[in-house]
Design a protein. Structure first.
Length: 417
């Protein structure tokens, strides 16, 4: 019966189901992978030492996303790359708790091993969302609705993790994540390969792959402006996201309730994701990116000024959840529209590399600054950096618009399909 219904849906309907299922189960599994910070905190890492580990991971992430992006564009297979990074992370991440924690060299071992895992881990969300974005654009599917399935399942899984953690234990979230990731790997194997493939040319009757001309990306002023925005934005994101368990501890909230924070943020991503098509008819993608940064800044400012309990933290997490939903629905599509068809994976990869560079700074400085000035001043600073990123982005596209007024409109804005 189910098999017959599946065949009656047609190829586009089947792909919608496969894409939503794969992306959704990926984020269901990802919720159990969010306890690395809590685990390292429990085995003796301070905020500053955690910052160093995360900075090293960000440096590895730069190589990771650039490498896998070029592999994807060279081979013309985004799907194959996603399967490789999902499988690699599943195996290596599950082994983190097997690193001894009672030895004099335990922290050194974790300092070395966790970045190795990140060579695969850093690329997973990038290419999972990239596969969804590209297929939605090519098949005419509603990205926001399909991506909201991921947010919904992430919410469910985060609440499950928070409820089970006292019994399950933080150590067991690692192998559980690895097991759960097997399901999205299977979904990815049946997903449609996006149409944009490696560029080929004929030479002497034989087909040869052209070398990637990455200069096309860096001559694109709109793309470069977005990279600058992303650098500042992800400094704030790295600082703000990685130290929430430490902030919770500072105001007397059990860090094992971290899953409740993650679940609440995720469920609030859904409204803007579902409404994304309607929003794109009324607002440009870059305006939505700008609005997302402002909304996300309100969480950090609220933490700094007012939060003193789990309930008040959740109040200000409302703004982050809404802002992140807006950012998820607009940022990936904005990059997709700016990039040439044969460089779309590389465009996303280099944007993620910039985010990783920002992560290095955010983590190296963030841990030290957190230990030096305390929790609340730290989050006021994070909120200010979010607002700075929004201001820089606003100035960049206002200047472009002003320079093109004589032409009647801002031609840097991509056409919404």
């Amino acid at each position: 019966m189910i098999k017959q219904l599946f065949h009656r849906m047609g190829p586009v309907g089947r792909q919608a189901l496969i894409l939503a299922g794969g992306n959704g189960i990926f984020y269901f599994a990802w919720a159990f992978a969010c306890y690395q910070t809590v685990y390292l905190q429990n085995v003796g890492f301070s905020a500053s030492s955690l910052g160093v580990v995360n900075a090293i991971c960000s440096a590895v992430g730069i190589a990771s996303v650039a490498f896998w992006g070029m592999v994807s564009d060279k081979t013309g297979s985004l799907r194959r790359v996603l399967i490789i990074v999902l499988a690699g992370n599943s195996i290596l991440y599950a082994l983190i708790p097997q690193i001894p924690t009672g030895l004099a060299v335990s922290q050194l071992l974790l300092f070395c091993y966790v970045p190795v895992v990140n060579f695969f881990r850093a690329s997973m969300t990038t290419y999972a969302d990239n596969l969804l974005v590209r297929n939605c654009n090519e098949l005419g599917l509603n990205f926001g609705v399909l991506r909201s399935v991921g947010s919904l399942l992430f919410t469910v899984s985060s609440l499950m993790a928070a409820a089970w953690l006292p019994t399950l234990g933080v150590r067991n979230t690692f192998w559980l994540t690895g097991v759960l990731m097997i399901v999205p790997i299977l979904f990815t194997a049946f997903s449609r390969e996006p149409a944009a493939r490696a560029v080929e040319k004929k030479s002497g009757g034989k087909k040869e792959k052209n070398k990637l001309n990455l200069g096309e990306l860096f001559q694109n002023k709109a793309y470069m402006a977005f990279l600058i925005f992303g650098f500042l934005f992800y400094i704030a994101a790295a600082c703000g996201g990685n130290y929430i368990p430490f902030f919770m501890e500072s105001i007397g909230v059990d860090s094992q309730q971290y899953g409740v924070i993650l679940a609440y943020r995720a469920i609030l991503e859904i409204p803007f994701l579902v409404l994304m098509l309607r929003l794109r008819r009324k607002f440009s993608l870059r305006v939505m990116v700008l609005g997302a940064a402002v909304l996300m800044s309100l969480e950090s400012l609220g933490f700094g000024f007012f939060a003193n309990s789990l309930s008040t933290m959740l109040l200000f997490c409302t703004f982050f959840g809404l802002g992140n939903g807006l950012f998820l629905g607009s940022s990936a599509n904005y990059i997709y529209e700016l990039a040439p068809s044969h460089l779309k994976a590389s465009a996303q990869a280099f944007f993620t590399s910039v985010a990783s560079v920002a992560g290095i700074l955010g983590n190296l400085l963030g841990g030290v600054v957190y230990d030096a000035i305390g929790a609340k001043p730290f989050y006021l600073l994070v909120g200010g950096i979010y607002l700075l990123s929004a201001g820089v982005f606003l100035v960049s596209f206002r200047r472009k618009s002003a320079g093109q007024n004589g032409a009647g409109k801002d031609r840097t804005e991509p056409t919404v399909p």
